[in-house]
Design a protein around this ligand. Sequence first.
Ligand code: NI
Length: 258
Amino acid sequence: MVYFDSHCHLNDEQMLVNIDEQIALLRQAGLTAALCIGYDLASSKRAVELANIYPEIYAAVGIHPDNAAECSKEAIEELRKLAQDPNVIAIGEIGLDYYWHKDPEERAAQKPVFVSQIKLADELGLPISVHARDAVEDTYRILKENNPKFGGVLHCYSGSVEMMREFLKLGLYFGFDGPITYKNAVTPKQCVRECPADRLLVETDSPYLSPTPFRGKPNNPKNIPYIVAEMARIRECDEALMNEQLWKNFKKMFRVKQ
Ligand code: NI
C-alpha cells in the first residue's frame, strides 16, 4: 500500500534532532509522501530545506495563528519567495486559534493574518492548510468571504457534522488525525463517517496527536496506517480501498504528480 501524510511537522525541533531516524521510520512504514507544514518563517524555511533533501517530503509555508504577531508585510514577501521552490505545494498552516488565545484583541489580530495568507495562496496558485481550533464559526465566515481559489483542507477537523456540511459547500477537504482512534472522540468519528469519500484526507500532525496505541508518545508519520485503519473501520469499507481513495484525494488537492 502507498501511504502518505498530508500534515506533519518534521521541521519541529523535536523531530529535527534525529531527522534521519525519523525519515527511516516513515520509509519503513511504506510512506512515499509527507507534507511538512510550516508554522512561522523559520519552520517554513526548514520545511523547504527538508523537502530539498528527502525526495518524499513536500513543504507548506505559512504563519500559524499562534505566531500572528510575526506576520508583517516583509514576512509575507519572505513566504512568497519560499513558495517559489517547486517542492512547496501549499500555504499553511494558517487560520484561527481561540483555544490558546482568549484575549479579544489577539483574536482580532489573527484574522487579517489569515486573510492575507489566503490571498497569497490565491496569487501563487496554491491550496491552503487551515488550522481552526475553537474558532470554527469565524473560520467559516472568513473562508466564505475569501473562498480559496485553489482549495484547501481543514486540518485536524474538530467541528460538528453540521458545520462540516457548510464547509463542504465551499469545496473544502477535511484532514483527520490520531484523535479519531480515541474511544471518546464521538464527533470526529461521526465526521469521518459522514464526510464524502472524495473530501477526506489523512494526517498525523506529528510530533503531536499520536494515535492509539501510541497515545502520549511522540508521533511520527509512520503511524498513518493506524489512522487509515480506523477510518476504514468507521466507514465500514476495505482498508486498501480507503487508502487508495485518500491517496487520490491528496494528489488532487495538492496537485501532486507521483
Ligand atoms: Ni499542525
